[in-house]
Design a protein around this ligand. Structure first.
Ligand code: GLU
Length: 448
């Protein structure tokens, strides 16, 4: 059984870059009928809030991600403590008393001697007496994981065979002086406890994987399979987190983007699959393979998202949007079909619909007033269809001698109050004869 997790820290809302791993996990779970766990990495009590966690759930739901299980690391300390104690008993976790200043001095000394600036493991030499002495001074230990120094090899589902040389790394601190945990130990302990089979996350975690695999093994567990994807950057190649506000999921939602368009842009950018409309996340999951994820940067483009969003709207059938149209009081299939091609965001429909339903403020130049009187007189009798526009304007052309822009533009300005918009051939029958007559005479012309 495939079990994956998306593990955000609830210290802010999700931005488009951090929904990429969420979506990759979700697509993978969907394809394999697996379990998707939302794990809040909320052990940093000072920065994590319940409100951010709830917001993240809301962001995911909006995107169409429904976790099978939600867990919070803050409620799982028994699991973390048990892992800690097991590591201490196995001699893999050892207490250290260096202050940050001491560590910094040693680091500089090592650099000056052209040695790698890694922790020298001096604390492994401490005797019980030394430790008692530090404790008596009021120092509290932080705890490091003793790496075993052999290169760690694993096969990444995206990046292929990897070797992490942990000998060039400092033994990582897993437990702080106050007994709280840094990210690594709770993450591995929970992955074990929750039976995670695949860890899918950003490539900023590749180098952490070496120590994590050693931890899985030290805790008597088989490591999961790893897949590290390229990170989304902005169009200049800069990390997205710096501009969190502007690319947050909540913001896209407020701006009225289609969630599926945001999801497609976030997950398919930087893959060999086209950033193109798909009917659903399930449909993407059928095509999505880790082998499609490129090894280069994935550049998120807001203009590409705009284009995709528009294309998706233009192709939507009335039935797909009927409930949303209903909330705007626009339940007419013909109206949707006439207007959808003008939309970049769904909410634009309300403005375009007003051109049909009125009221509009007709724009009538003095020089066109007589022409519009002629136009009104020639308006055909109903019923109207999409040929009515041509019949009418042909007759008007004969009568007035006008053609081209001089013929069409004053009609558009009078009928819709603006110089651009959907084709009048399509709008005319929707507006109807009565409202057209009103507008040609300069009145707001509400449709009845
Ligand atoms: N909380 C970690 C992060 O957001 C999780 C990383 C992981 O997936 O292991 O970076």
């Amino acid at each position: 059984m495939t079990r994956v997790r998306f593990a955000p820290s609830p210290t802010g809302r999700l931005h488009v870059g951090n929904i990429r791993p969420a979506l990759m996990n979700w697509l993978f779970a969907l394809k394999r009928g697996g379990v998707f766990i939302l794990r809040f990495d909320d052990t940093d009590a000072a920065r994590s809030t319940r409100a951010f966690a709830d917001g993240i759930e809301e962001d995911l739901r909006w995107l169409g991600i429904e976790p099978d299980l939600i867990v919070r690391q803050s409620e799982r300390s028994a699991t973390h403590d048990a892992a800690r104690d097991r590591l201490i008993a196995a001699g893999r976790l050892y207490p250290c008393y260096e202050t940050p200043d001491e560590l910094e001095r040693r680091r500089r000394r090592a650099l000056a001697q052209k040695k790698p600036p890694i922790y020298d493991r001096a604390a492994l030499e401490l005797t019980d007496k030394d430790r008692a002495h530090f404790e008596a001074e009021g120092r509290r230990a932080h705890w490091r994981f003793r790496l075993d120094g052999r290169p760690v090899a694993f096969t990444d589902l995206i990046r292929g065979p990897q070797i992490i040389n942990t000998a060039s790394m400092s033994d990582p601190v897993l437990v702080r002086e106050d007994g709280s945990y840094l990210y690594t130990l709770p993450s591995v302990a929970d992955d074990i406890d929750l039976g995670i089979t695949h860890v899918i996350r950003g490539e900023d975690h590749v180098s952490n994987t070496g120590a994590q695999i050693e931890l899985f093994e030290a805790l008597g567990a088989e490591p999961p399979v790893f897949a590290h994807h390229n990170l989304l950057t902005d169009e200049d190649g800069q990390g997205l987190s710096k501009r969190l506000g502007s690319a947050s999921v909540a913001d896209f939602r407020l701006q009225g983007y289609e969630p599926l368009a945001v999801a497609i842009e976030a997950v398919l950018t930087g893959t060999s699959l086209p950033v193109a409309p798909y009917p659903s996340l399930a449909a993407i999951s059928e095509d999505f393979e880790f082998s499609a994820v490129s090894h280069g940067a994935a550049r998120f483009s807001e203009s590409e998202l705009d284009g995709l969003n528009a294309r998706m709207l233009h192709a939507m059938a009335f039935e797909d949007v009927a409930p949303r149209l209903e909330t705007l009081g626009l339940s007419e299939p013909a109206l949707w079909e006439a207007l959808r091609e003008n939309l970049t965001r769904f909410a634009d429909i309300a403005d375009w619909a007003r051109l049909v339903t009125g009221p509009v403020q007709p724009v009538i130049e003095d020089s066109d007033a007589g022409f519009l009187v002629e136009a009104a007189a020639l308006l055909p009798a109903e019923p109207w269809d999409e040929d009515t526009w041509r019949t009418w304007t042909e007759a008007l052309k004969q009568k007035s001698g006008r053609k081209g822009r001089a013929l069409f533009h004053p009609l558009r300005l009078a009928l819709t109050g603006r110089g651009d918009g959907p084709e009048l051939r399509i709008l005319l029958p929707l507006i109807g004869r009565r409202a057209c007559l009103d507008r040609l005479a300069g009145r707001p012309g509400r449709r009845t």
